[in-house]
Design a binder for this molecule. Sequence first.
Ligand code: CP
Ligand code: NVA
Length: 311
Amino acid sequence: MPPKRTKRDLLSIADLGADLGPVLKRAARLKADRRRGLLRPSLKGKNVAMIFEKPSTRTRTSFEVGIHDLGGHSLYMSPKDLQLGRGETIADTARVLSRYVDAIVYRAFRFQDEAELAQWAAIPVINALDDREHPCQIVADLLTLSERWKGKFAGHRLAWVGDGNNVHHSLLLGCAMVGLDLASATPEGYHPDPSIVSAAQDLARKTGATLTFFDQPPEAVRGADAVYTDVWVSMGEEAEQSAREKAFAGFQVNSALLAGARPGALVLHDLPAHRGLEITDEVIDGPTSVVWDQAENRLHAQKAILEALIG
Ligand code: CP
Ligand code: NVA
């Protein structure tokens, strides 16, 4: 039996609970402080292990730079360089790393592995993406929207067009937590996990957010203040590429679809983008695209998350 732990993990964005608002405020402050050269070493003396089972450009770089900016130290570990790759158990790895470092950032193929690491680690485990959620991404996305909407989520409507995947799951929960209306269009066979939808609906009842679901993208996008999409084929799903490209054929975010949203509707994508598939060049490079802000905000959001968990 794993020991009882008092530490705090971030496996789901819902784990932030009432701290999501303060984390967003702190992230905005950290962003301003970085620009003015006023960052304080709030992670001085802290070591953070980063285990990545899959590739990463944004998550890895923003965690490494963010930890360094705040005076901490990060250690990037590929499972093939760890004994984990030779069969050492996740539980034993968790117990050993807990004796050296203050937190583990983990990008995993399977949510079960993420949960097992967290169960055995005596230190916080932060989900850097798994097959169920991508919580750090959504904290950065909410920061991005909050910047554009002067801190107000209520009264705005976000549309999701695409796969009911890890990013969509965290977005459902995150929107529900901050009171942002989310209209989702996902193709048959690629709807979000009903257990996440139900958890998000429970959270939405408390904030007044409405979560609505459609089969066709134009229905979700109608009247939206922002439109968010993600890849059709996530990491680990490469074998399903051709089936997915067929199923998602009508789910491209292009100018015609965007014309159904509010004038000036923002465009979001967590990146990497597959230009010409889920999104067209003219839309991702268009005047209302905030994708580079989303990418930058990973840096500030993750600093605020780390401070909340180990600062
Ligand atoms: N959005 C995101 O998580 O990107 P990476 O896979 O490059 O980390
Ligand atoms: N849904 C995508 C997100 C990439 C950041 C994936 O899991 O590959």
